[in-house]
Design a protein around this ligand. Structure first.
Ligand code: LLP
Length: 425
């Protein structure tokens, strides 16, 4: 679900013609819809309404301070993985009591910053990290709370690079070892180990793995409680799907339909860490056609965005629907699917200007005919688009624009050559 739609053949972000944004801000540009962000947050909140739930939006998906600010105002908490993300959330006015801090390699500096901010939970990924947290909390005379991240050995059926809850991954502790960790550390007076965290991966398209991981975690919590430990919360992580293609993933209500019944009457607070399912559909990457060329029996559409702007297609073999921002009425896409067949399209590769064959957005894709200067929209780019972008090939990162109804604002300037060299000595 999103608020990007065609009116009379022109693509609008909410009430703004994206061509206007390109004319004023240039391309490539990330365009976000505030209403889409908020609608997804609202739907998740509603789906889990009958349980005491804190939604901690996963900052890594799309972490512009302006976005974090309106998410905080809308009541969201935050899932962070670094000192930089903590800084962003605090700058945005996020409530520290709704911050959870994951990450397998938190440094002493980062832990100290989390202690200073008095965040809700450190999500602990190893005994060594827990010992370090205890040591630092004692040193600083601070008290805090921790959730033990367990590895339930469940396959979320997504790309291996974003599978995190299988036995051989680096995340969390094996679920079998969790009882030992609680026995060893739960009585500590500086760090109250009182919650369990589980995140099996990102981008799965079915509910079952989440239910399986939850069932395994609940059975662990039963055992821990019977051993006398107080467990107040379960953090179910993120990973819920987003519609890269129309209607292909369960909705928030569908996920909740599987999850909520398992949690009823458990006396557990629920924490969720959705990133993609909130941000992905809320952003597009708008790019301009630079050149058309043919070669090796192929037709290439060369655009001004590159893999430095959006690395997901080559890195994860990810599908992003691409369509011109202006088309004849009969070519307005009624669905966003990889095999959308409309009369009058032609099969092309959409590629960027970077010196690598990995620099592509789509291969053998049916697109309406385009010419130099036309704008293409790469959809569902709000999550892990800008946040994974880089300066590769000394290309300044794209501008970010936030649309709110019929207004838009640049929320991050396009990087200049000077910006890119400013820190070099
Ligand atoms: N919680 C934890 C502990 C995580 O590691 C992640 C994502 C999330 C929550 C949020 O997951 P989400 O709801 O966004 O799926 N760059 C990849 C995705 C990497 C996800 C890393 N961890 C991509 O572009 O698909």
């Amino acid at each position: 679900m999103d608020y990007f739609s065609y009116k009379k053949g022109k693509l609008f972000a909410e009430g703004v013609d994206v061509e206007r944004i390109a004319a004023e801000v240039g391309t490539p540009v990330y365009i976000y819809s505030k209403a889409t962000f908020k609608e997804h947050l609202k739907r998740i909140g509603k789906a889990y309404g009958e349980i005491d739930t804190t939604i901690c939006y996963s900052v890594k998906a799309c972490g512009n301070i302006n976005i974090l600010r309106f998410m905080a105002e809308a009541g969201s908490g935050f899932d962070i993985v670094s000192g930089g993300e903590l800084y962003r959330v605090l700058q945005a006015g996020g409530d520290p009591s709704k911050i959870v801090y994951a990450g397998v390699g938190k440094t002493n500096k980062e832990i100290a910053e989390g202690l200073d901010a008095d965040i809700a939970y450190f999500n602990i990924e190893s005994e060594a990290e827990l010992e370090n947290l205890i040591r630092l909390a004692e040193q600083q005379g601070k008290q805090t709370r921790a959730a033990l991240r367990v590895n339930p050995d469940v396959d979320p059926k997504t790309h291996t690079y974003i599978t995190t809850g299988m036995r051989e991954t680096k995340f969390g502790v094996d679920i079998e070892r969790a009882q030992k960790v609680f026995a060893g550390y739960a009585g500590n007076s500086s760090v109250s180990l009182s919650a369990v965290h589980v995140h099996i991966g990102s981008g799965g398209k079915t509910i079952e793995p989440y239910c399986e991981a939850l069932e395994k975690t609940l059975s662990l919590i039963d055992k821990l409680r019977s051993q006398g430990h107080t467990i107040e919360a379960i953090d179910l992580g993120g990973g819920y799907g987003a519609d890269y293609e129309s209607d292909t993933v369960p909705s928030a209500a569908d996920y909740a339909g599987g999850i909520v019944p398992l949690l009823r009457d458990k006396g557990l607070k629920l924490i969720l860490e959705p990133g993609r399912s909130i941000a992905a559909n809320a952003g597009i990457l708008l790019t301009k056609v630079l050149y058309l060329k043919t070669g090796g029996g192929k037709k290439f559409v060369l655009v001004d965005a590159g893999m430095n702007d959006l690395i997901r297609p080559p890195l994860y073999d990810a599908f992003h629907f691409i369509w011109p921002a202006q088309v004849e009425e009969k070519l307005v896409p009624h669905r966003r699917d990889r095999d959308l067949q409309l009369a009058g399209t032609e099969v092309v590769d959409v590629v960027g200007p970077i010196c690598e064959s990995a620099d592509f957005f789509a291969k053998d894709r049916a697109l309406p005919p385009v010419k130099r200067g036309d704008l293409l929209s790469i959809f569902t780019a709000g999550a892990y688009g800008f946040s994974m972008s880089s300066n590769y090939n000394a290309r300044g990162r794209a501008a970010e624009v936030l649309v709110d109804d019929s207004k838009f604002a640049v929320i991050r300037k396009r990087e200049s050559y000077e910006d890119m060299t400013a820190l070099e000595r």
